[in-house]
Ligand binder design. Structure first.
Ligand code: NI
Length: 177
């Protein structure tokens, strides 16, 4: 296992549409190792998701997991999921605002609207089909990671940059109850 170097905003790979993963390569040891490395990297940097372009690999792979996350303490748990070549279909017209951050945009957060509900069709790390519906925070994480595979970042989804905040200032002025 290895912790991979995370791409930061400005690296061109973050702005490319990632390549489809050839299905025959999924079970190969090199690709399985890459998935393990992505999971370890996500855990190391306390992300709730990580897309391959964020580790300099322009392929349609993302991992996500939410479990008692320190930065999202109220978020419902999402089991560890590997999405290969995902297709996302929005199931609601409704969008909800929520705070997002990104390992490729360190120390910043901002409010972005996301669809409340969506359907995901993808392959898992065994190359088996996945087909499920995600809502609310789970749907938000998937939209964020899917965007990375399309060359988009959460700031592209912000209607205004007025909520853009450094992490500590955001906690101090925006998230206080
Ligand atoms: Ni991100």
């Amino acid at each position: 296992m290895a912790i991979l170097k995370v791409t930061r905003l400005g690296h061109p790979v973050l702005r490319q549409v990632a390549q489809l993963v050839p299905v025959h390569s999924i079970l190969q040891p090199e690709f399985q190792q890459f998935i393990d490395d992505m999971i370890e990297t996500m855990h190391e940097y306390e992300g709730v998701g990580l897309a391959a372009p964020q580790v300099h690999v322009s392929q349609q792979v993302a991992v996500l997991e939410v479990s008692k996350h320190p930065r999202y303490p109220d978020a419902p748990s999402v089991p560890l999921t590997v999405l290969i070549n995902p297709k996302v279909t929005m199931l609601s017209e409704e969008k909800v605002d929520g705070w997002e951050g990104c390992l490729s945009i360190p120390d910043l957060r901002g409010v972005a609207p996301r669809y409340r509900e969506l359907r995901v069709e993808a392959l898992d790390r065994q190359g088996q089909p996945l087909d499920f519906v995600a809502r609310d925070f789970h749907a938000r994480v998937i939209q964020h990671e899917y965007d990375h595979l399309q060359g988009k970042v959460y700031m592209d989804r912000m209607p205004s940059l007025e909520t853009l905040a450094h992490l500590l200032e955001g906690q101090r002025y925006w998230l206080k109850d």
